[in-house]
Write a protein that binds this ligand. Structure first.
Ligand SMILES: Cc1cc2nc3c(=O)[nH]c(=O)nc-3n(C[C@H](O)[C@H](O)[C@H](O)COP(=O)(O)OP(=O)(O)OC[C@H]3O[C@@H](n4cnc5c(N)ncnc54)[C@H](O)[C@@H]3O)c2cc1C
Length: 345
């Protein structure tokens, strides 16, 4: 079959904009399926929102829930596989409790998630913190993001993908030559598309020395501006958190940090005395609904948008990346004929 869209090297090409978890996973799935991928990113991976994430595999602050659960289940499967090599990939399977879930099963929109996660069950009273009447217990992927992002970059390079640090000011320009651009610019989509529906939900975290915690615990209230979660990572325990809509600052607030530690110490009293190692603030790229869809740009460039994953980008990344591949292949038809699939490291 003739290739009707070729890049300078004469191969089917895709330009991915964004080098956070969404851009890297999209780029990897495309590159491993034979596309010649160039990824453009303003920030180094370690400087993205993705590097700040907790990062528990659980749908939170993302819409629509039906799609999010489907994407999350695919990511669960991929991350569970990567968790067999935790030092290399940053993914581990860790048991934990999500407290304060809806009284009626499925009333929070996550029924399909509860049904499908292997081993998910109602928490026993002795697994719940004092004052909480319900919760779910499961062994889920928990991802050390700095390690995971480095793994994703290596895996992309192994599949032939090329990463360039560059600010993109036009999706059409970025896609020119390649013919297809995949927009994974997160909060950057607000100016780049431009899409005023994308807005920040600021989250602050405190990293403390681990006083011996080996399970995670989180509250599931998606509407609350102040949450509490405790995520044991190899580099320390991640304590959260906050969810402030339309707050743009990336500066940690000492009073907020103190309140986070106090909330988490209600669950694990030893945290009140744990040495603070670092403070983190990130801006979740929120949107009323994730935009994962195709668009023909005015200059004819094919564009797949993949942004607006709010508080669950790590959770849904691999599921969304599969959808990007399907959209590039099916919606844009046979114009892109990739090379043979690459082997996966
Ligand atoms: C405190 C906190 C805790 C979180 N915890 C979790 C969790 O436990 N589980 C979970 O699943 N998720 C969690 N999240 C959410 C998760 O971090 C995000 O959903 C995810 O990182 C979004 O990924 P992204 O790749 O879309 O965006 P980003 O990581 O922000 O990446 C965007 C990329 O686009 C690039 N870019 C933007 N504009 C341009 C431009 N014009 N030109 C070139 N490049 C551009 C940037 O440089 C960057 O590389 C958390 C977030 C925060 C802040």
């Amino acid at each position: 079959m003739a290739k009707s869209v070729v890049d300078a090297a004469g191969e089917a090409g895709v330009c991915v904009v964004g080098g956070g978890v969404i851009g890297l996973t999209s780029a990897i799935v495309l590159a491993e399926n034979g596309y010649r991928v160039r990824l453009l990113t303003r920030d180094a991976a370690g400087e993205t929102t993705s590097a700040v994430a907790g990062a528990l595999c659980w749908p939170y602050r993302i819409q629509p829930y039906d799609d999010a659960v489907r994407w999350s289940l695919r990511s669960f499967e991929v991350l569970a596989g990567l968790a067999e090599r935790p030092a290399e990939t940053g993914a581990r399977m860790v048991a934990g409790t999500m407290v304060e879930v809806a009284a009626e099963p499925g009333a929070d929109g996550l029924g399909a998630w509860y049904d499908a996660v292997p081993g998910m069950r109602p928490a026993r009273p002795d697994e719940l913190p004092e004052g909480y009447g319900s919760g779910r217990r499961a062994r889920t992927p928990l991802v050390d993001m700095p390690t995971h992002l480095r793994y994703l970059e290596r895996r992309l390079a192994a599949a032939g993908g090329v990463v360039e640090r560059r600010v993109v000011t036009s999706l059409g320009e970025a896609g020119r030559g390649a013919g297809t651009v995949v927009n994974c610019s997160g909060l950057g989509a607000r100016e780049l598309v431009p899409d005023p529906q994308v807005y920040p939900v600021q989250g602050q975290l405190v990293i403390v020395e681990n006083p011996g915690i080996d399970t995670w615990l989180a509250t599931a209230d998606s509407a609350a501006a102040e949450t509490a979660y405790v995520l044991p990572q190899p580099f320390g325990v991640v304590l959260g958190g906050t969810a402030r809509e339309n707050a743009w600052s990336r500066e940690p607030d000492p009073a907020v940090a103190e309140a986070i530690v106090a909330r988490c110490a209600r669950f694990f009293p030893a945290l009140a005395r744990a040495r603070v190692l670092a403070h983190r603030v990130g801006l979740r790229p929120a949107r009323p609904a994730v935009r994962l869809a195709t668009e023909r740009l005015p200059d004819g460039t094919r564009c797949v948008h993949n942004y607006g994953h709010g508080g669950a980008g790590v959770t849904v990344a691999w599921g969304c990346a599969d959808e990007v591949l399907r959209l590039v292949r099916e919606e844009f038809g046979t114009a892109q004929e990739p090379g043979p699939p690459a082997s996966r490291p």
